[in-house]
Design a protein around this ligand. Structure first.
Ligand code: ADP
Ligand code: MG
Length: 576
């Protein structure tokens, strides 16, 4: 007894300790989350250093929004939550845009932000970067948590992971006050407090009756159509989706980020007959796609007058009937649902009426033939079709490359023109149709897949994340950026008639974005013809060197807001 009492202080001195910093790192590692996208600063600078020292990959960006977009798309590509790490208040707010974007797009992501002292923040006493971040984040993501004690880090990280990836995936906020990082606890207790999340996104098996109902409706169709959305691409059930579509014989239409799930050149692909199939179909099966604005809410002119029945396969029960009646809802994860549909089809599943499939094919072939000569033009200055024709053939020759795409005309035309051949190779602006995802997505695509990335960017869109070319050079990533430089937003030709300031939609004429890349040691090329563009992109894809090609496009070539000019409000007043 007496002896033990004497030894105690010595034992305490030898007690192995851990702290908040290390527990967070260990919790992430334990759950296989080994890449962090972020921007260092108070109070997370040391955390970044330690995480790097512990073997995590920590990629430092120039702006949190871009780090956030990187994390969001990493989540889409990997089915694991992408991690974004930011400082408090302003850094957190910059990252929040991406968190809301991830939630809207159903990408799993965790935004981890350091925050200021709770006691000071809650009394609003004016702390450094004071903000009640948890309260702000709650309205913009799927779930938000704050961890106050080191002993709760394991649970906090586990809850964040589960919330991000289970059910409909989305963004999660994890608030870590500065004090937490330095909190010390017994190392053994700390290890025991960590949670390895088992089966984070459990299969959700659809009800057999819902499968039978869906197949009955599909079988009754005269003019069926399958629409594949990015939820289907996310699910990574590629073989099952392909087998189901092929066994059904039904024409399919890929939403933009589902392109390549089956090749755009597949005989059943109706991509080039989009307006016809939306208008004329009688039964539409949605697989991981929502009837939101991108599908005109399932009604109106786009969908024609013929009555339609909708079947919808989705993990989120609330999605059913969101815009129109769904006669056959199938709720479950896409892998399980599509497999159940396949299993439910008898061996002699009838092909859809030949009249319908032939009509779709004819329309598609007509449209493809009409487009072909425009894509081969060698005009100088380049127009969109000449430049995109080149990029289209490059992707055909390099189907493993990842295409990142944003802009207005650059987005709308590239989506239609560039065929994709493999799943999850096209990463674009997603549900909001936002600008600014470009460099963040390009970086994460290169980091997560190791494949070459081709980022096709409008000059305006690129501006939102352009400083990240330094990040691309710093990490020496195989990213080739092609800027469709038409001197402005939509077009570079607007004139301000009221004064000497430039018009609101134009940029510096003849700007040389390629010089930005050269400033950081990458390759810059100014391309003025389709031939020059082709040479430069191929060289970049072969070398894997960070490259930026300034593709000079006719400033008069674009149209207002690309394909969605109709969304601009119109003044009722007569133009003077
Ligand atoms: P798109 O823009 O391509 O039409 P959306 O983002 O609108 O795609 O829709 C994706 C849908 O996919 C969402 O409704 C989401 O709930 C669903 N989803 C995402 N992941 C899965 C999954 N693993 N299983 C089933 N549905 C999913
Ligand atoms: Mg432009």
């Amino acid at each position: 007894m007496a002896e033990a009492a004497v030894k105690q202080p010595e034992a305490a001195a030898e007690q192995e300790l851990t702290d908040g910093f290390h527990l967070i790192i260990d919790a992430l590692k334990l759950n296989g989350l080994t890449t962090i996208y972020g921007v260092p600063g108070i109070p997370i600078t040391d955390f970044g250093r330690m995480a790097q020292a512990e073997g995590l990959r920590v990629l430092s960006f120039r702006h949190e929004q871009n780090a956030g977009y990187a994390a969001a798309i990493a989540g889409f590509l990997t089915k694991k939550p992408g991690i974004c790490l930011t400082v408090s208040a302003p850094g957190f707010l910059n990252g929040l845009t991406a968190l809301a974007h991830a939630t809207t797009n159903c990408y799993p992501m965790i935004l981890i932000s350091g925050s200021s002292e709770r006691e000071v923040v809650d009394l609003q006493q004016g702390d450094y970067e004071e903000m009640d971040q948890l309260a702000v984040a709650k309205t913009m993501c799927k779930a938000a948590y704050r961890v106050l004690h080191a002993a709760d880090i394991g649970i906090g990280v586990a809850r964040a992971i589960r919330s991000a990836v289970s059910g409909r995936p989305g963004g999660v906020y994890l608030d870590l006050p500065a004090k937490l990082f330095g909190q010390v606890m017994d190392a053994e207790k700390g290890r025991k407090s960590l949670v390895k999340v088992i089966d984070a996104a459990p299969a959700q098996i659809p009800a057999p009756a819902s499968i039978k109902r869906a197949l009955d409706v599909l079988k009754s169709a005269k003019k069926p159509l399958i629409i594949l959305g990015k939820g289907a691409a996310y699910a990574q059930a590629d073989e099952a989706v392909k087998a189901f579509v092929e066994k059904s014989g039904v024409p399919f239409l890929p939403m933009s980020m589902a392109k390549g799930l089956l090749p755009d050149t597949h005989p059943q692909c109706a991509g080039a007959a989009r307006s016809t199939v939306l208008k004329d179909s009688d039964v539409v099966m949605l697989i991981g796609a929502r009837l939101n604005w991108l599908l005109s809410h399932g009604k109106g002119k786009t969908w024609g007058d013929a009555p339609k029945k909708f079947i919808q396969v989705d993990i989120e029960p609330k999605e059913m009937d969101s815009n129109v009646e769904i006669v056959a809802p199938v709720v479950g994860d896409i892998g399980s649902c599509v497999q159940a549909l396949l299993d439910g089809m008898d061996a002699k599943w009838p092909a859809p009426p030949a009249e319908w499939t032939a009509a779709v094919k004819t329309k598609r072939d007509e449209n493809v033939a009409k487009m072909a000569p425009r894509l081969r033009n060698n005009n100088v200055p380049m127009d969109y079709h000449g430049a995109l024709g080149v990029l289209r053939s490059i992707i055909a020759e390099r189907p493993d490359a990842i295409l990142v795409n944003e802009g207005a005309n650059t987005l709308d035309l590239a989506r239609g023109i560039i065929d994709m051949y493999k799943p999850r190779k096209r990463l674009d602006v997603g549900t909001w149709g936002i600008m600014g995802i470009g460099m963040g997505q390009a970086i994460a695509a290169a980091v997560e897949t190791g494949k070459p990335v081709l980022a096709v960017e409008g000059d305006s869109a690129f501006g939102f994340s352009g400083m990240e070319v330094e990040t691309i050079c710093r990490y020496n990533l195989p990213v080739c950026i092609v800027i469709f430089n038409n001197d402005g937003i939509y077009r570079g030709t607007d004139v301000n008639k009221a004064g000497s300031d430039p018009a609101t939609t134009v940029f510096v004429k003849g700007a040389r974005y390629d010089k930005m890349m050269e400033a950081f040691g990458g390759v810059g090329v100014n391309a003025t013809s389709p031939d020059e563009l082709k040479r430069a992109v191929n060289a970049a894809m072969d070398s894997g060197k960070p490259t930026l090609i300034n593709a000079v496009i006719d400033p008069a070539a674009g149209s207002e807001s690309g394909r969605i000019g109709n969304l601009n409000p119109q003044s009722a007043l007569k133009k003077k």
